[in-house]
Design a protein around this ligand. Sequence first.
Ligand code: ATR
Length: 294
Amino acid sequence: MQQEEWQIDGYTRLCGLIGNPVEHTMSPMIHNALAKREGRNLVYVPFHVEKGQIRQAVKGAFALNVLGLNVTVPYKSEVIEHLDCIDDMAEKIGAVNTLVRTNNGYKGYNTDITGLYRAMCSEKIRLEGEEILILGAGGAARAAAFLCASKGAKKVYILNRTIEKAEGVAEEVNEAFQTGCVSAMCIGDYKKLGTGRKYLAIQATSVGLYPDTEKAVILEREFYGMVHTGFDLIYKPFCTKFMSLVKEAGGQAFHGLKMLLYQGIEAYELWNGIKVPEEDALALYHMLLESMGC
Ligand code: ATR
């Protein structure tokens, strides 16, 4: 239902984003559009939280009857000790991006992971039984590696410039899921995998992000010949260098805007105890595309 008259009153519920910086976030657009579309009396605002203030921010939000919060860099791990409880998957990964109000505080969830999964499902990308290459070993790559292992990927190779970081993530994920399916590699070592097999490749580094749109972690065409599907977690630009290289080599390629959208939708669903219809998700997706000039 579309609400024509939308105004803040005494019943308005508040949700928001805590992080530093928060100024360039697209989350208010997602949540406020969802609330408006549903006719829900809810507003979403960003809160810039200074270093050392995360405990006060969470306690203060609870005292102010804030319904839910998203959490972004640099607080996704630090926030955990200030929660009432935590969802199993978020605990395993050690990172929380969504807080849901409970009677005694907030429960932490990780909708970056569930959102990525929903985005991949919407593009008909399978993880179960797949052989997957993840480029990068930062926070985004970690989330992707946890998702792949949790969904029963056959093999996950984490390729990173700094091998020690890739080894750390591989070890953590293997331990969390009692598996040995995740391995760490230096970026150039993809050549050791041998050609002839095709992989799903998840681009989880910051390389190629606007304005450095001509950059990609791997430029060699040989690598892209090994990729049947490329999923770039970057959404600005829409077609990254990584995606162009995948497509040039005959693979299919996707950008990260749906991940952003679905992590927001998953949070909104948790806060409001509802399921957003796929039709509304798609309408929102088109609104986001439009807002980005596409
Ligand atoms: P996020 O939390 O968003 O994933 P991050 O933790 O800063 O961000 O991680 C960025 C990732 O991009 C890392 O894997 C980083 O590689 P290192 O671990 O070696 O630093 C990778 N990255 C950034 N710039 C890179 C570059 N020029 N070449 C190769 N990898 C790069």
